[in-house]
Design a protein. Structure first.
Ligand code: KG4
Ligand code: ZN
Length: 388
């Protein structure tokens, strides 16, 4: 009989608690602080901490109620210990420890990225909706972790045995989405908004991949107001699994500046000024630029997944993290799955890809982590390949 797990995650700017039993998610409550931080154009750690402290008890109580259980039924507490913002992680750890003492139950400390990796194993409360069968365990999978803080390819060799075989050398993919979205005046976090704009823009503007000299590039097939809109696909020619998004972000910046020759690209830090210019970009042009950026960023990732599948032998592909909600990425990964006859698994609901606590509970249910007998300290830079 599976244990009833209360899971808590306060790794960044979402206060999250969930109840999980085996692979079943009974509740998954996320109090987002997006609105709070959007005024500052990014996450302010001290504000995140304060907000976690103010609402965590209520979020936990709601998770218990929505699951239809009472607190006495909780048998195990799972809490995120890292990676993430140190002072934000502390709130979850502190709360979890007090609860463990109060309820007299065991506790495990979980790696947030392991949560993202195992999120496709989640099932709804009736025990279905996942594309992973009940008897498929962890072992011999290729993981793609793609969020606002991480972009990694992980080779899974069994529970707790994860090896990073490729990752971004600089910015994360989601971060590049957010920064480019902001340049287009789409707010924060703008990744999903940019993706939506691209989806709409694609009805009118198609993109294609081409080779110029030895470099792979993406372009919008029809010229727009006399501009040829194109971007280089980062590290596409390199036979490694390294990725990079910082150069793409700069190239996008320069392209937008060229299109709007009044934007001062030398002043990268001046977001507000750029945002103002960004909103002035015609809707039409923004749509085409969004298509171009999204296609380039997604292609950069998909090319590396392709390379990893060509080199390794995997039972399936697991995808997790906020950018796993990107529809173009999902479509392209499904094409790869077909090409290599290797199924690709996403979480049964998009909510499990954004930061949440159900994925932390799933990690605790699926893999028997060592029980924590002392109050754990946060590990802000904890790598997924350093578990156990
Ligand atoms: O996993 P997550 O919620 O938080 C982190 O651990 O970072 O991921 C958030 C990131 C943000 O950068 C957000 O813009 C991006 O995921 N994201 C998307 C989409 N939905 C969320 N990026 C592109 N397309 C989307 N549909
Ligand atoms: Zn995350």
């Amino acid at each position: 009989m599976s244990k009833t797990v209360l899971a808590i995650d306060t790794s960044c700017d979402d206060t999250a608690a969930a109840i999980v039993r085996g692979r079943r998610v009974l509740s998954n409550i996320v109090a987002s602080q997006d609105q709070l931080h959007s005024q500052h154009g990014g996450v302010v750690p001290s504000l995140a901490r304060l907000n976690h402290q103010q609402i965590i008890d209520e979020v936990i109580a709601t998770a218990v109620t929505r699951a239809g259980i009472n607190r006495a039924e909780i048998e195990l507490i799972a809490v995120t210990k890292g990676p993430g913002l140190a002072i934000a992680l502390e709130v979850g750890l502190e709360t979890a420890w007090h609860l463990k003492e109060e309820l007299g139950v065991e506790m495990v400390a979980i790696n947030h990225m392991e949560g993202h990796l195992l999120s496709p194993f989640g099932q709804n409360r009736n025990g279905n909706a996942s594309t992973i069968s009940n008897d498929e365990g962890i072992g011999s999978q290729l993981g793609l972790l793609i969020s606002g803080g991480h972009t990694q390819l992980v080779e899974v060799n069994g529970p707790g045995s994860y090896q990073v075989i490729g990752q971004t050398l600089d910015d994360a993919c989601g971060e590049a989405f957010d920064k480019s979205a902001r340049l287009l005046g789409l707010g924060y976090p703008g990744g999903p908004v940019l993706a939506k704009l691209a989806e709409q823009g694609r009805a009118e503007y198609q993109s294609e991949i081409y080779k110029s000299d030895t470099k792979y590039r993406t372009r919008i097939t029809k010229p727009l107001h006399g501009y040829e809109l194109s971007l280089p696909i980062p590290l596409a020619e390199q036979g490694t699994l390294d990725m990079s998004f910082s150069g793409l972000k700069t190239a996008f910046w320069q392209l937008v500046a060229k299109v709007l020759d009044d934007v001062d690209v030398s002043n990268h830090e001046n977001y507000e000024q750029e945002r103002k210019h960004g909103v002035e970009i015609g809707k039409q042009l923004r749509g085409a630029l969004a298509v171009l950026f999204e296609t380039t960023a997604v292609t950069a990732v998909v090319m590396k997944v392709d390379l990893a599948l060509e080199r390794g032998d995997y039972e399936s592909i697991l995808v997790g993290g906020g950018v796993a909600n990107n529809n173009l990425l999902r479509k392209e990964l499904r094409k790869l799955a077909h090409k290599y006859k290797t199924p690709v698994h996403f979480a049964y609901t998009k909510k499990l890809n954004r930061d949440n606590a159900a994925m932390i509970g799933l990690a605790a249910s699926i893999y028997q982590h060592a029980r924590t007998t002392e109050k754990p300290d946060r590990l802000p830079n904890w790598g997924i390949d350093d578990i156990g």
